[in-house]
Design a protein around this ligand. Sequence first.
Ligand code: GRF
Length: 201
Amino acid sequence: MRVGVLVSGSGRNLQALLDAEAAGRLGRARIAVVVSNQPGVLALERAARAEKPTAVVPHRGQPSRQAFEDALLAALAPHGVELVVLAGFMRILTGHFLGRFPDRVVNIHPALLPSFPGVDAQGQALAHGVKITGCTVHLVDEGTDTGPILAQAAVPVLPEDDHGALARRILAEELRLLPAVVAELSQGRLVREGRRAWIRP
Ligand code: GRF
């Protein structure tokens, strides 16, 4: 299964996917291309070190959201992408893009959705005083972090936690969960019943 990974920043989730592929832990998934909406980010260096094709599609300066999404689609097209993984990708995608990959765009979010969608989910959890948070891999729909949930991992919040400590603990689980779900998606069959979705082996 050829995978296109969309990134915007440091690429730690991308690195986890690259490492999993190199270690034979990504099932039939193979990363075919890495596309960033930001030039010069570490994620692009990580992709280049792994000798993966990369592309930069700036969202800034695009005449419309649709033009940006058409440029993203054009960057993915030559690589025969069958699954799109958002790994720290910080742009919202509309039905224009998602319609080209029905039930084939997944995202990793650093909270147990539906709690704490949007930005700084880690800080939201800390501020709310929850005792358990975590991360979620979900299918992307047109909302913000609202698509059907595929997998979750729980992470304890400790009394002495500050933002950084909690974010690091959640990230460790993200880096384990995302490759595991991508591997399962490459070998299994996605089953959906309304909002409920899971991967049949
Ligand atoms: C991760 O915490 C991810 O869950 C969130 O953005 C962060 C990006 O990290 N969507 P990276 O770019 O993968 O290092």
